[in-house]
Write a protein that binds this ligand. Structure first.
Ligand SMILES: [Zn+2]
Length: 322
């Protein structure tokens, strides 16, 4: 099986070919209907040569040649219009206006290419069908109690605050380069909040990859130690560095080894350095994290991550407890 990157590059090249063929078809269509069109085009080519010569000879007749070119170009447009074609009918055709189908913008992978890679990875954002329905619009505040707990904190007020922070983050993380660490007990809405952010980011055309820490590090370990040849795993091991928004859910449920700790630090650190946002959620307290992971990792979480704390009883048990 070929890698998702190879398949994405092939698909991009197919898109380029298809658009080129479409251009050629349009051109022959126009030439068939407007017999003079080819002559005008060859005159334009001659003018182009003259213009180049003029530049090489201190701009001799430059303005006259330029005027000639403009007149021919205007004539082309007039003829197109007169014969029932749109004026821009022969302009270059691009499927992605951002990168003009090159797959790159300012030397970085264009979003259209990333989407193609995701499509071929097959996992796409990896959000489950249920998670795809978890949006800010569907956020159900009635699940949270209004009364403050013994510490004077109202789960409802906190949920509303988290929702507001989540919306702001989801709408701007690509500009602000912020990251989020969501801490809280099981079932208090950490994954739900992550899903809402992920869905909003996807709506905005950003690439998102969600994975539980357990599964992510299992895949990375299998690749690292040669226990798997899966192209998909290999793609994911590259993709976690490139995706616009990476969500690592349930940190602390993975088998913590020297390898997983180092791999986690590398992902977190590289993404900070390249200005890509990450959301990490965990049932662990920050104190527990300090014990489990390296100091250099928790110092990244301290310095570069917004810390959000969820509150409330297990929402998955709501029928029994609320
Ligand atoms: Zn593009």
């Amino acid at each position: 099986m070929e890698s998702a990157y190879t398949l994405a590059a092939k698909e991009l090249s197919d898109i380029q070919t298809e658009n080129k063929m479409q251009m050629e078809y349009r051109h022959s269509e126009v030439c068939a209907k407007i017999p003079d069109f080819l002559d005008i085009e060859s005159e334009l080519v001659s003018f182009g040569t003259l213009l180049l010569k003029s530049v090489l000879h201190n701009g001799k007749d430059y303005e006259t040649i330029k005027k000639g070119i403009q007149e021919k170009q205007a004539l082309k447009k007039t003829l197109l219009k007169k014969n029932g074609f749109p004026e821009d009918y022969l302009d270059e055709i691009y499927t992605c206006s951002e990168c003009r189908d090159t797959g790159f913008v300012n030397g970085l992978r264009c979003n259209c290419f990333k989407q193609l890679v995701l499509k071929h990875i097959g996992t796409n954002s990896n959000l489950t069908e249920l998670m795809k329905k978890q949006t800010f619009e569907n956020f159900d505040f009635s699940l949270f109690k209004c009364q403050p707990d013994i510490n004077g904190r109202s789960p409802l007020v906190i949920a509303q605050k988290l929702c507001d922070i989540g919306i702001t983050f989801a709408n701007s993380f690509d500009r602000t380069k912020k990251n989020i660490l969501i801490l809280g007990n099981a079932g208090t809405g950490k994954t739900y909040l992550s899903s809402c952010i992920a869905n909003r980011a996807i709506e905005r055309g950003k690439t998102v990859y969600y994975q539980s820490a357990y599964r992510l590090f299992d895949m990375l370990e299998q690749i690292k130690f040669g226990r798997s040849d899966s192209e998909e795993f290999k793609d994911i091991s590259r993709y976690v560095y490139e995706v616009d928004l990476l969500i690592i859910d349930d940190l602390g449920t993975e088998f913590v080894t020297q390898f997983t700790t180092a791999a986690l630090f590398d992902i977190i650190n590289s993404r900070i350095n390249s200005g890509k946002s990450t959301i990490v959620s965990s049932n662990l307290s920050f104190e527990d994290m300090r014990k489990v992971y390296s100091q250099r990792l928790t110092s990244r979480f301290s310095g570069e991550y917004m810390h959000l704390q969820t509150l409330g009883r297990d929402l998955r048990m709501k029928n029994h407890t609320l």
